[in-house]
Design a protein around this ligand. Sequence first.
Ligand SMILES: O=C(O)c1cc(C(=O)O)c2c(n1)C(=O)C(=O)c1cc(C(=O)O)[nH]c1-2
Length: 258
Amino acid sequence: MTPEMQGRSDDRLLDPAAFEAALRRIGAERYHNHHRFHKKLHGGQCSFGQVQAWALNRYFYQSMIPIKDATVLTRMGDSALRREWRKRIEDHDGMEDGLGGIERWLRLTDSLGLSRDDVISARHVLPATRFAVEAYVEFCRSRSLLEAIASSLTELFSPQIISERLSGMLAHYPFVSRDTLAYFTARPEQAQRDSDFALAYVMREARTPQEQHAVMAALEFKCNVLWLQLDGLWTAYVEGAAPPGTWQPTEASTVRAA
Ligand SMILES: O=C(O)c1cc(C(=O)O)c2c(n1)C(=O)C(=O)c1cc(C(=O)O)[nH]c1-2
């Protein structure tokens, strides 16, 4: 039993509507659409270098998602569950070379003048990005399957932010296009399918107040994973305190002339 399951053991079981409302409230209050870095990014106030920094760091998150999902898969004893979950890995890795979400993200970083070697090696990623993403993978490895699935529930809230991001970035930045942001065109439908599945799973499987609280705590944890990555970007590239060894922005003119 995890600390979350023990700590709130005197509470009552929520009925399905109240449980779902509690989960949606967590997203409404804590999802990363509220972060000031996203407001700046979507509102067109980021410099070219700040957009590069966001894309390079976010690649690390993207690249670890299939590893996280493969970790979750190893914990599923049921083949119907695995069949559903493995679609997540297929979406990111693609069914053949050159397809899939990771490749689409690399087309974005290519278009921003970042070298694939710099991006894929992750050697210039911020410590905040690395620690947050690794904590997410570790959470899914070490906590219960219920908590691991619950931690993906942030995707319930992603279709909205993705459409805001797509329209905001297209309206404000001449250096992106529908083509270079193609990752986001495919994503809302996949996120909807995945979060519908995860929500149905936790509604069915959280049968005690302790389990319901563990689900809520997993969603809060994941909101923190996303939030921390944006805190890191803000400190490094808005306040200008990028830690030694991390990526340094290039001038747009240098990149686009190259
Ligand atoms: O653009 C976004 O704001 C956003 C958010 C999230 C999320 O809420 O976790 C994911 C994604 N994108 C995404 O592209 C993605 O593949 C993804 C996988 C997962 C997950 O937890 O398994 N979250 C997200």
